[in-house]
Write a protein that binds this ligand. Structure first.
Ligand code: HEM
Length: 443
């Protein structure tokens, strides 16, 4: 069966354009070919991209497609061989069940206090009239949150050292060189400390040393009272009664750090930009937050309608994950009226779906009210993907975004260092992020 139409541009150039300007590539293809088109990336893969809600529903939920772990190879150097991201089929579903409980219900509530405290602590370090960089500050908060929620680390030398080493390790993935490592796997050669990849691997080993030390200490001094995810995973047994091995624990901890830290920090960076860019939006958010009185309960913050609409709009306009992970056709399937053969790789474009005029009139405008005026199906609004590989941290991320924002807006007053700031989105590693780190002043 022929693949859907796509540009005739040389595949090597298509790959280069995808690395440099993914939004431009998606927009140009959608304008020429509509909701479904083929992209060819030389030496890497051929991809069918979809953005019609019906096509998304089939792609993400039909049993004719699978979400193979092998397609996520790019994450292996960071998350290791035994991460949920690299698993497929039943093994993948079992591991997801194991990792899911910490991100829901009562546990989430207990994380509320932790998140508020961390946000206050980070902002307390910034003096009055002091300039601070927003992305870096959001990263400091989300890294501390994830280290406490995942590892239970809230103070001490190991926390400080691990934080430092993780920042230098994760930083690489977000640079231009990081993007090249993702898309040009032949660059990933460890030729010792002087080679770029060798240096990355050294940074990884330094992180691993500390993670394994923590696992070992926790195995020898178990404490059932702790509510962190490492504790939960240490106590977990599979059907045969086996405990997870150290390498499984290390790989899942790295997975949660990698998937949960920079994503949420980027979303929060956009959020702080929009709320201070648009005085109307700021006024509405403040009125709603003030209606809760002093020291509001985190669950009450979580349920606020305008704050929810604001966070949704932030994730709609420039979704941190531009596409889902890829899906593969297992048995021939019809999507948007076109048959796709077994083996075809399909990517759902979160960005293009969120830019549809028919769903989101004036899609380039930041307008939270659209989420109060109508409901969107899980195939119309999909910042966290969907189906069998939907984001495991969705509930935690939404909760975290709201609590951190509410805490900052309630307790501090901020203004832009550059009042004319106009931020545009660019690729940052695998993510979509503001083009530059911008600064604000705590007034
Ligand atoms: C605003 C923040 C976040 C955004 C926008 C986001 C978005 C996404 C997206 C689009 C996917 C792919 C879904 C698919 O292919 O259908 C994903 C997967 C994933 N996310 Fe998130 N994420 C966020 C935060 C988090 C957090 C806080 C965690 C955990 C602490 C997390 C853990 C994961 C994991 C483990 C996967 C892979 C799931 C699997 O392979 O089954 N994410 N995320």
């Amino acid at each position: 069966m022929p693949l859907p139409a796509g540009t005739k541009t040389h595949p090597a150039l298509q790959l280069l354009q995808w690395v440099r300007d993914p939004l431009g590539v998606m927009e140009r293809n959608a304008a020429e070919f509509g909701g479904m088109f083929t992209m060819r990336w030389a030496g890497l893969k051929t991809i069918v991209m979809v953005s019609d809600p019906e096509a998304l529903q089939v792609t993400l939920t039909s049993p004719s497609l699978v979400a193979p772990g092998e397609s996520n190879e790019i994450a292996r150097p960071l998350v290791g061989d035994r991460s949920v991201i690299l698993m497929s089929g039943e093994q993948h579903q079992r591991r997801r069940k194991l990792l899911m409980p910490p991100f829901h219900g009562d546990r989430l509530v207990s994380y509320g206090q932790i998140i508020t405290k961390i946000t206050d602590q980070v902002f307390a370090q910034i003096g009055s009239q002091q300039v601070f960089y927003v992305r870096e500050t959001m990263q400091e908060i989300t890294l501390r949150v994830i280290l406490q929620v995942v590892f239970g680390l809230h103070e001490g030398d190991r926390l400080e050292l691990l934080k430092k080493r993780l920042v230098t390790r994760l930083e690489v993935s977000a640079t231009k060189l990081g993007a090249l490592f993702i898309f040009l796997p032949f660059l990933r050669k460890d030729l010792g400390d002087w080679s770029p990849w060798g240096r990355v691997m050294r940074k990884q080993r330094l992180c691993d040393e500390l993670i394994y030390a923590e696992i070992s200490e926790r195995r020898s001094h178990p404490d059932p009272e702790r509510i962190d995810i490492l504790n939960l995973l240490l106590a977990t047994q599979d059907e045969e009664g086996n405990y997870l091995e150290d390498v499984d624990l290390r790989d899942e901890l790295m997975t949660l750090l990698f998937a949960g830290h920079e994503t949420t920090a980027t979303a929060l960076t956009w959020a702080l930009y929009w709320v201070h860019k648009l005085p109307d939006v700021y006024a509405k958010l403040m009125t709603e937050l003030q209606s809760l009185g002093d020291r509001p309960d985190p669950m009450a913050i979580f349920k606020l309608p305008y704050l929810t609409a604001f966070c949704n709009e932030t994730l709609r306009l420039y979704p941190v994950g531009m596409t889902t992970f890829s899906r593969k056709v297992k048995t021939p399937v019809k999507i948007s009226g076109q048959m796709l053969d077994a083996g075809t790789e399909v990517l759902a474009s979160i960005y293009l779906t969120h830019q549809r005029e028919d769903l989101y009139p004036e899609p380039k405008k930041f307008h939270p009210e659209r989420f109060l005026e109508r409901q969107f199906s899980p195939y119309e609004f999909i910042p966290f993907g969907g189906g069998s590989r939907r984001c495991l941290g969705m509930a935690l991320a939404q909760f975290e975004m709201k609590i951190i924002l509410a805490t900052i807006l309630t307790n501090t007053k901020l203004s832009f260092s550059n009042p004319d700031l106009n931020l545009l989105p660019v690729r940052r590693g695998a993510l979509l992020a503001p083009e530059a780190s911008f600064s604000m002043i705590k007034t």
